[in-house]
Design a protein around this ligand. Structure first.
Ligand code: RRO
Length: 344
């Protein structure tokens, strides 16, 4: 794109936007995915909309063995957010492959399988189990679950530990399937961990997991969650997530980013894209609105059209451009006049 003119179009004359995007060489029809842990393997959402109409389904992180998770209560409300302490509840990889991945493959959905291990060896075994599986489009390596027994298991808090996991997954996993590392915001410098994952072979980065938080019940005078601490998600964390995507994009201009954290509308998604996300995951909002992924896709497409974009990919990272543009005062949201002109 040599020159971009951002225009406001009238709502009734929106031209169509090409919403396709690429992540590490894989082409997706659009950039809106589910977020791990918020839609199981997509089967329940498929009652509300065609699961193949979104970019991809990111499954709940799976471990080697079946796991019952942390004690209840496992959820608590927070201002503009939610705290969870699920603790990696799941059926184990064998049952997941047989039932969930097989279902996603039968629906021809683009499956992004999230794996989580307690040790580097467990990640390697999980990756090996994914070899040759129909329907597998990408692997998201969850190195950042906050609800593990000890903080030493949050590999994403340590660049070297993160690299060991990614290296093991790349060695043992299926070749030709992109591997994304899911990063934690609970670090001093997220770009250090991002770089370490990429140097270890990660094909892309998922940014971000939940923030470690806590709620105390002022009636019982005890922690609200059975697991005491939990992962904070929802709109409360969006500015943190956008900042993380921005920093990672700035540090690693060519690495694909799947951005997430409190996306509730198409304009929220657009923020992540402008910060540098090549695609976005929609999570917590799905609990209140199971149609959110398709709604957000429509809203994002309309927002891009209103701003004069013909292709989704032209908006990726655009907020990083130098401040050399002319923005006339008082943009008319319904007028046809350009609200910004960018020379690139
Ligand atoms: O299962 C969980 O408790 C959980 C996981 Br795996 C994660 O990655 N993030 C989160 O907030 N909760």
């Amino acid at each position: 794109m040599s020159e971009l003119v951002i225009r406001r179009h009238e709502a009734h004359s929106l031209p169509p936007v090409d919403m396709a995007t690429s992540l590490a060489g894989v082409r997706f029809p659009n950039p809106v995915f589910t977020a791990s842990g918020c839609a199981a393997a997509g089967q329940e959402l498929d009652q509300f909309f065609d699961i193949t109409s979104i970019g991809g389904v990111v499954t709940k992180s799976i471990m080697m063995d079946p796991r019952s998770g942390r004690p209840t209560p496992r959820m608590a409300e927070t201002p503009s957010g939610m705290l969870n302490s699920i603790g990696l509840q799941g059926p184990g990889i064998d049952a997941f492959l047989e039932k969930d991945l097989a279902w996603l493959a039968s629906r021809k959905a683009r499956a992004v399988v999230s794996i989580a291990g307690g040790t580097v060896e467990e990640y390697a075994k999980l990756a090996a189990k994914l070899r040759g599986r129909p329907g597998l489009t990408m692997i998201e390596v969850n190195i950042s679950c906050p609800n593990v027994e000890d903080r030493g298991q949050v590999f994403a808090c340590d660049p070297r530990a993160s690299a060991s996991v990614i290296q093991a997954v790349k060695r043992s996993g299926p070749s030709g399937v992109p591997v994304f590392a899911k990063l934690s915001p609970d670090v001093t410098d997220i770009t250090e961990v991002a770089r370490s994952c990429v140097n270890a072979g990660a094909d892309g980065l998922s940014v971000i997991n939940t923030l470690l938080g806590m709620v105390i019940d002022t009636e019982t005078l005890r922690p609200a969650l059975g697991g005491v601490t939990g992962g904070l998600s929802g709109p409360a964390i969006r500015p943190v997530a956008v900042r993380c995507v921005w920093q990672v994009r700035q540090a690693l201009p060519d690495i694909p980013i799947l951005g997430m954290g409190g996306i509730r509308t198409g304009l929220d998604a657009l923020e992540f894209v402008l910060a540098g996300a090549n695609a976005v995951s929609v999570g917590t909002t799905v609990f209140g609105d199971p149609t959110a992924p398709v709604r957000i896709l429509g809203e994002l497409s309309a927002a891009l059209a209103e701003r004069g974009f013909e292709r989704f990919e032209d908006a990726i990272g655009l907020a990083h451009r130098p401040p050399d543009l002319h923005v006339p005062e008082g943009p008319d949201p319904l007028g046809d006049e350009p609200v910004a002109e960018v020379q690139q």
